[in-house]
Design a binder for this molecule. Structure first.
Ligand code: NAD
Length: 296
């Protein structure tokens, strides 16, 4: 039975770890936060009190942490994963972080003999619970083939993006598209309202026209047309505006580092920063329609 050390048992990590248990892997979990450990214990996960005990005899170590600084600390810090992992363990970071940190951690892991993958996900908490995530994976082909059967137990699509860091690159490119698209859909509904066109009619028409996109037909920011969308439950997330802002900032950071112009990505980032500054960062990211329609 493959032994897995799982570090970071938050909103995403816990349901992912549970799916690995359900699939028959021997999972040992660790989280720095007592409340997260208590939730994981209540969910029946085997827990340890120290990180080294989660990784020492694991064949695969998986991390699901908030952002780059935590990933750096957990992998590279004293007493971290690189100090404690078993020889030849495969290291897989599923957190969404900046490409530069992902490449640096990958390089340090490789220099100590550990194969590593960056494998951020799309699909949110619902996807983590339903084992229907999309994994975008960067790293060597051999490491990818080793990790794929395990990632498949948590997701419906596991795609090799290319060498180290390209999983993170795919994630921030995707979420930059999503942020821009959501704002474009919000603007269109605001304009329709000003022109006397009902939201239901705009939806009916654009869902069958060239303006169609996921933000419209799967996640409509206006209540009504898509019953499962957060707009029908007072914009409870879902995917928070804070998370969208984090990903848009990562995209801007990487765009600057790569010398690539992304003017609409920059604008979307600024709009989400304003929305967050208005105290709305805990709402679903589709709630930005309130600000765009001048109804904040
Ligand atoms: P979360 O904050 O709920 O969970 C992160 C967990 O990591 C927390 O329980 C925290 O205590 C733990 N942690 C932090 N530092 C640690 C350390 N040094 N050692 C051990 N544990 C530590 O976040 P989340 O929603 O589960 O998101 C995790 C990652 O997945 C983020 O990078 C996020 O951007 C990404 N993501 C989230 C979603 C979503 O919808 N929530 C969707 C896609 C991707």
């Amino acid at each position: 039975m493959t032994r897995i050390g799982f570090i970071g048992l938050g909103n995403m990590g816990l349901p992912m770890a549970r799916n690995l248990c359900k699939a028959g892997f021997a999972v040992r979990g660790y989280d720095v936060m007592e409340a997260a450990r208590a939730r994981a214990a209540a969910a029946g996960l085997e827990l340890v009190e120290e990180l080294d005990r989660a990784v020492a005899d694991a064949e695969l170590v998986l991390t699901m942490l908030p952002a780059g600084p935590q990933v750096r600390e957990v992998y590279l810090g004293a007493g971290g994963i690189l100090d404690n992992a078993a020889q030849d363990a495969l290291l897989v970071d599923c957190s969404t972080i900046d490409v530069e940190t992902a490449r640096e951690v990958h390089e340090r892991a490789r220099s100590q003999g550990f194969p590593m993958l960056d494998a951020p996900v799309s699909g949110g908490v619902a996807g983590a619970e339903a084992a229907s995530l999309t994994f975008m994976v960067g790293g060597e082909a051999e490491a990818f083939e080793r990790g794929r059967p395990i990632l498949e137990k948590m997701g419906k699509a596991v795609i090799h993006a290319g060498p180290a860091g390209t999983g993170q690159a795919a994630k921030i490119c995707n979420n930059m598209m999503l942020g821009i698209q959501m704002i474009s859909v919000c603007e269109a509904f605001a304009l329709a309202d000003g022109l006397g066109l009902s939201a239901d009619k705009l939806f009916e028409i654009s869902a069958r026209s060239s303006g169609q996109c996921w933000s419209l037909t799967s996640y409509c920011p206006v209540p009504g047309p898509v019953p499962s969308a957060p707009s029908n439950r007072e914009y409870r997330p879902g995917f928070t505006a804070a998370m969208m802002l984090k990903d848009l900032r990562l995209a801007q950071q990487s765009a600057a580092a790569a010398g690539v112009a992304t003017p609409l990505g920059a604008e979307a980032c600024q709009l989400y920063a304003l929305f967050a500054a208005a105290g709305k960062e805990g709402l679903d990211f589709s709630a930005i329609i309130k600000m765009i329609a001048g109804k904040l």
